[in-house]
Design a protein around this ligand. Structure first.
Ligand code: AMP
Ligand code: TRP
Length: 341
């Protein structure tokens, strides 16, 4: 895993030839955790790699869902990502299920994957604890499909939030295993994790901010609605009274500041919190102000895109078209290498 600096690397260090892949599930509203942990970096890396982003519907259906709103969610996720800066002229965006090779490669990888390993994956354990009645094989096989996503395009870089690092390590191991069992073919991809914002907690301050829990701030929510959520959000629990000092390192609000506020404001928070010079509400007001500096233009672009549905349609059509060609080429090779042709 390599840490991604918060500013862009110097031009000399930029590697433009590699392929970058990442995915996001269309399982609910895109939230600021997605933005801080993933999308913000995707946008920064657009010029450094050949970037491919997938709306991973096959992953999303491993959890209970309503088929009648799936297409709307796919469109909404695409629109939010484009509004957040994934310019479809500078990258490919496609829907996973429109490229059937993802599941074909998954099958081949299944035969290289020990069952015990999947049973020990943190996300599988957490999700199966949460949804006891629906521990399906897809949920179990989820990391293998994810590895197929990345390796189908022979991607080298995979920018993700912290919760996905284990899956990318698994992907590396699988690539190595394939290369040893057959012949060197797949690169071992690197997870790129941001130095701040890789794990944003929910407004409850306990579990990870998540689309499936009612603990998130949506990327496209209106300023007033965001304030209504931010105002009562949990902070460092040591700050019971205004005069109690706190520790920013123990406060989710500070973690969010690190994503949205300039360095001098972050310093103001650290000093003010530790000395009880500022209260949590002062700190949240400042955060809201800086969040809006980032989110206002994203929300405006999203509204514009809603009036131009052809932008999303064309982006997804081109993404599917080009990804199908790349995926077909990899599968040709893989079938030959594995003796299936
Ligand atoms: P998902 O919504 O699970 O498809 O996640 C899409 C991307 O957002 C992945 O790279 C995740 O690691 C990242 N992500 C999701 N939730 C969070 C969070 N609470 N904090 C930071 N990154 C997150
Ligand atoms: N599993 C990822 C998540 O829940 C989404 C994902 C699917 C992904 N395929 C991927 C991320 C490939 C990176 C690379 O966040």
């Amino acid at each position: 895993m390599s840490e991604l600096p918060d500013s862009r690397p110097e031009a000399a260090e930029i590697q433009r030839t590699g392929i970058l892949f990442s995915g996001i599930q269309p399982s609910g509203n895109i939230h600021i955790g997605n933005y801080c942990g993933a999308i913000r970096n995707w946008v920064r890396l657009l010029d450094d790699y050949h970037c491919i982003f997938s709306i991973v519907d096959y992953h999303a259906i491993t959890a209970p869902y309503d088929p009648s709103i799936m297409q709307a969610r796919i469109r909404q996720a695409t629109l939010a990502n484009i509004a957040a800066g994934l310019d479809p002229e500078r990258c490919l965006i496609f829907v996973q299920s429109q490229v059937p090779e993802h599941t074909e490669l998954t099958w081949i990888f299944n035969t290289l994957t020990p069952m015990g390993l999947l049973g020990r994956m943190t996300q599988f354990k957490e999700k199966s604890r949460r949804s006891e009645e629906n521990i399906n094989v897809g949920l179990y096989d989820y990391p293998v499909l994810q590895a197929a996503d990345v390796l189908l395009y022979r991607a080298e870089a995979v920018p993700v939030g912290e919760d996905q690092v284990q899956h990318i390590e698994f992907t590396r191991d699988l690539a190595r295993k394939f290369n040893l069992r057959f012949e060197p073919y797949f690169p071992e991809p690197q997870a790129l994790v941001p130095s701040s914002g890789a794990r944003i907690l929910g407004l409850d301050g306990k579990s990870k901010m998540s689309k499936s829990l009612d603990n998130y701030i949506g990327l496209l929510e209106e300023p007033e609605a965001i304030w209504e959520k931010l105002r009562p959000a949990v902070t460092d629990e040591k700050r019971i009274r205004r005069s109690d000092p706190g520790e920013p390192g123990d406060c989710n609000i500070y973690t969010i500041h690190q994503c949205f506020s300039p360095p001098e404001v972050q310093e103001w928070v650290v000093d003010g919190c530790r000395s009880a010079g500022i209260g949590c509400i002062d700190c949240k007001r400042k955060l809201h102000e800086h969040m809006m500096n980032v989110l206002d233009p994203i929300r405006e672009r999203a509204k514009e895109l809603e009036r131009k549905p052809e932008v999303v349609d064309e982006a997804l059509a081109r993404g599917a078209r080009e990804c199908r060609v790349r995926a077909a080429a990899t599968m040709e090779d893989v079938r030959r290498i594995t003796g299936l042709r």
